[in-house]
Design a protein around this ligand. Sequence first.
Ligand code: NCD
Length: 307
Amino acid sequence: MRHLINILDFSPEELQELIDTANDIIADPAKYSQICRGKKLATLFFEPSTRTRLSFEAAMYELGGNVIGFSEANSSSAAKGESVADTAKTISCYADIIAMRHPKEGAPLVASQNATVPVINAGDGGHNHPTQTLADLLTIYREKGRFDHLTVGLCGDLKFGRTVHSLINALSRYEGLKFVLISPEELKLPSYVKKEVLRAQGIPYVQTTDLEGAMPDLDILYMTRVQRERFFNEEDYLRLKDSYILTPDKLQNARQDLSILHPLPRVNEISVAIDSDPRACYFKQVLNGKYMRMALILKLLKEAGTL
Ligand code: NCD
């Protein structure tokens, strides 16, 4: 059974297939509108979400399928003490495919080991968020036409930001990538990501606290929110939350073909004045996420023999 728990579960060729399918869906949505008729997606969300859950649900509806699920741990049997393993076995009796978000790192992996249907990691704690990476990849591909030879700036909460960890993993497999890691000292990229991904593969990176200094070199600027829910104390969060606020004046030295991404939700990291700049891609990214989730559902259901 194929699952998507870590973005590295898919080869670069498979990611390209998903991108090609997504582009085909964008070109001809009617062709796909009944493919999943009679199939059910379960969205099991133990943590808050707007885009990820609703884009999964919209994706399944646009494929002609149906959706069941819950959006709060408190409204599920987890509140009674049920294990993730038992929940996964149970939901496998009701649904053809599962998307799970959980505050504990590794919970979707445990679900995949116990489910009898494909499981998709829709975000596990501060660890990974592979389907956000699918949205990011389609956005980069549509904007830049390639994944190689790019200088990618990642800015904000690189410690707890799971989208950043998955994106670095995904991009680590292309040639000529450079990363500029821009964060406060306290929110630097975890050393396991630097060691196991960047240094292990000889990928050049610099760490800095200076966003404006890094700006002129960047092809892509990936802004992130400081992850309040992963902090141990509110004081640290309040001190760090506005470390980076992208305003039009900070883009003075940026390239004309810069692409500005953000997984959203945004708090203060990007001023709304940037929204009308042609370099702002974050709302396109939202839409791209829905198409990539459609492509992903199709791939996993086909591989499971359900379609
Ligand atoms: C991200 C997440 O949940 O990690 N949101 C999303 O799914 N687009 C980013 C965030 O919450 O900051």
